[in-house]
Every structure is written in structure tokens, then in C-alpha cells.
Design a protein around this ligand. Structure first.
Ligand SMILES: Cc1cc2nc3c(=O)[nH]c(=O)nc-3n(C[C@H](O)[C@H](O)[C@H](O)COP(=O)(O)O)c2cc1C
Length: 355
């Protein structure tokens, strides 16, 4: 198959691979710029960049400054397309989006709740807006809301299926019937749902499918099914440039299929992670102590939460994995070596071309 370019509004990627955002601090400027230099779109995750023990104003300031610094670093390392991801449930989402726009980011990806207000928050027509959805219904809802309130449509849509890593847009009940939600099937739904908006605005809305994409064959199959590109995250943890600590990468290398489990995260959504000592400790003790000077998530029920997810994710990213939550995709057990982003992208492109 001839590898197609991916066009998202004003941005062109030579390779139709979007590196999915990985918070907390797993995908920052190093990984995002490396992917972008190899022709894909690199994504910086904006969640959890402040010190979780800081006060509210301090946390927001630290997050803003750290995000600005990561964007500047990434831009100094690549001239290729870069995106920044924001989670709608963050209490400083407005502040982070403002920072992305000011720092000249031209693609904002929003997930973990439907980003119904995103065009109002990122009020600059030169910024390409890309919502993350998990169903055709959600895609339709976002597009109709944007049309009605802001008279605009999306520049792309990321469809995240149930095999993805991190927080998932599926209920625990749906995840028990995972075979009913194949990426192919969801893709067909989303392609149908974007049609009305494509016709009204006279432009193509590229759909980028992710969740369990591992090889060039997987990519080629998604492209043939109508996707304009794919989003991949788990595989990029197995790269030298991935910003996370070596202990986190090692946890992927050591994981078996059985170690990968669904958890109920304090965010209020299910998530996928490696069942490590931290998860076993939470299972045993029921609840860990939480100190929460600043409510980083609008949906977190601090009094009843089993642990502080921000602290658990920070612990994981700095290598304190026994006290950390290690998010991963369903295929993390298939990551068996650490390579450069250049090697990984070349392997994927060759596999697509050989398809
Ligand atoms: C460690 C990790 C952290 C993640 N963090 C985020 C995040 O902060 N925001 C988000 O929208 N998606 C997040 N995701 C989801 C990915 O961006 C991506 O859509 C998904 O994992 C793709 O599936 P794959 O990992 O099987 O390739 C995360 C995934 C992983 C593995």
C-alpha cells in the first residue's frame, strides 16, 4: 500500500500516524518532537505538569510554565506538526488551552469528557481542533454542538476504541463485551456520523482511529476501512525518546498479557493499567491516604477516592513504579524492546508499504 499523507486542517503529516498523548509526563517534548521529525504528529500531554502538593495558584502557575516550556523545547527540536492534548476534566483546562494558543500550537486534541466548549476556549481560527470520541453518537453530539454554538466544525476526529491505554470512554459493562466494540465497527459509525458536518462545511473531516494499533498491518487495515490515519501510544513507550523513566518502560517489557487489567480510576472512568504492586496494595487496603491541596480534576471525589491519581501517575513517571499507576494499552505486553522513534516509524512505514 502506498502510504498516504494525513491532512488535519492546515497541518500536513507525511506519515498518517499521530502519537497519542500520554499523561502524566510520559509524552512531552522529547517524544513529540521525535515523532514529528519522522513525519508523524507528535503530541504533548498537558496533564499533571505542576507539583501535586502545591497550592491551587501555585499548581496552575507551575502547569502553565511547564507546558509553555515543553512546547518551546519541542518547537526548537522540530519544524514538523505538533499537537497538545488537554483533558476536559482538568480544573485548569481553560488556562492550559490559553497557554497552547499563546505558544502557537496549531492542533489541540481534547478528550476525557466531550469537549463541547473547545471552540470557545481556543478562540483562534488558525488552531485546528480535534475532539476524541469513542462512538459515532459522541462524534455527532460534538459536531452538532460546535455547529450550533460556534458555527464551526472539527478539523479531525480521533476515535479511541476500547483497547486503548489510560482512561477509556467505555463503561465497565461495555468493556466486558469488548468484542461488540471493534475499532472497525466504531470507525464505520464515526465515518457515518461526520458525513452531515462534512457536507455542510464542504470539507473532509479526517477520522484517526486508535486503541490497540500495533503493527503496520493494523495501520493499513484501518486506512483501508476509511480512517485517514491512526493514533498510537503504547508502542511509543518502547522508545528511547519517550519522556518517562526507564523503570516505567521496563514495566512494559516485563508485563504479560494477564498483567494488563481494567481499573476504576478516581477520575470516574475505567482505565487500563499494569497490575503492579501499587494496584495490589490498593486492592488490599481499599483506600490510600490522600493529601489534596489542589483539586486538579473537577470529577474527583477526593473524600471517597481510593488514592490520588495525580500522585500515583507522577510516581510512575519518575520511576517510583511500586507506588505508581502504570497506564498502558491492551497490547503493552507485546512491547519487547526499546528502539529509537526513527527505527519504530521506519518499521511501521515499511510494514504499511509491504501490505
Ligand atoms: C501511558 C498512557 C497515558 C495516556 N494518557 C492520555 C492522556 O493524558 N490523554 C489522552 O487523551 N489519552 C491518553 N492516553 C491514550 C492514548 O493517547 C491513545 O489514544 C491510546 O492509548 C491508543 O491506544 P494504544 O496505546 O493501544 O496505541 C494514554 C495512553 C497511555 C498508554
Amino acid at each position: 500500500m502506498k502510504i498516504p499523507q494525513l491532512q488535519i486542517g492546515s497541518l500536513t503529516a507525511k506519515v498518517p500516524i499521530v502519537q497519542g498523548a500520554m499523561g502524566v509526563r510520559v509524552s512531552l517534548s522529547s517524544l513529540a518532537s521525535a515523532v514529528s521529525n519522522e513525519g508523524g504528529i507528535g503530541t504533548i500531554a498537558s496533564v499533571g505538569l505542576g507539583d501535586v502538593e502545591a497550592s491551587k495558584t501555585e499548581y496552575e502557575r507551575m502547569s502553565r510554565e511547564a507546558l509553555a516550556s515543553e512546547i518551546r523545547k519541542a518547537k526548537s527540536l522540530t519544524t514538523g506538526p505538533l499537537a497538545v492534548n488537554v483533558m476536559g476534566v482538568l480544573s485548569n483546562a481553560d488556562d492550559l488551552i490559553g497557554t497552547m494558543v499563546r505558544e502557537g500550537i496549531k492542533m489541540i486534541v481534547a478528550g476525557a469528557s466531550l469537549p463541547l466548549k473547545l471552540p470557545g476556549q481556543a478562540d483562534d481560527p488558525s488552531v485546528n481542533l480535534v475532539p476524541i470520541v469513542s462512538s459515532g453518537r459522541a462524534a455527532g453530539l460534538v459536531l452538532r454542538a460546535w455547529d450550533k454554538r460556534y458555527g464551526r466544525t472539527a478539523d479531525g476526529i480521533i476515535l479511541e476504541g476500547p483497547l486503548a491505554g489510560g482512561h477509556l470512554g467505555f463503561s465497565l459493562e461495555q468493556l466486558e463485551r469488548i468484542e461488540d466494540y471493534s475499532l472497525q465497527r466504531l470507525l464505520a459509525e464515526v465515518l457515518k456520523a461526520v458525513k452531515a458536518s462534512e457536507d455542510k462545511y464542504g470539507k473532509k473531516i479526517p477520522v484517526i482511529a486508535g486503541g490497540g494499533i500495533f503493527t503496520g498491518k493494523d495501520i493499513a487495515e484501518m486506512l483501508l476501512a476509511g480512517a485517514s490515519g491512526v493514533q498510537m501510544a503504547t508502542r511509543f513507550v518502547g522508545t528511547i525518546e519517550c519522556d518517562v523513566a526507564p523503570e516505567f518502560k521496563q514495566a512494559y517489557l516485563s508485563a504479560t498479557k494477564e498483567d494488563i487489567v481494567i481499573i476504576k480510576s478516581p477520575v470516574g472512568l475505567p482505565g487500563r493499567a499494569i497490575r503492579n504492586n501499587f494496584i495490589k496494595e490498593v486492592e488490599k487496603r481499599g483506600k490510600l491516604a490522600i493529601r489534596c491541596p489542589y483539586r486538579c480534576l473537577s470529577t474527583c471525589d477526593v473524600l471517597n477516592a481510593k488514592y490520588c491519581i495525580a500522585q500515583a501517575l507522577v510516581n510512575a513517571c519518575i520511576g517510583n513504579v511500586d507506588h505508581g499507576l502504570i497506564f498502558c494499552g491492551e497490547n503493552a505486553y507485546r512491547v519487547n524492546k526499546i528502539v529509537t522513534v526513527k527505527e519504530l516509524m521506519a518499521e511501521l512505514v515499511a510494514e504499511v508499504e509491504a501490505y
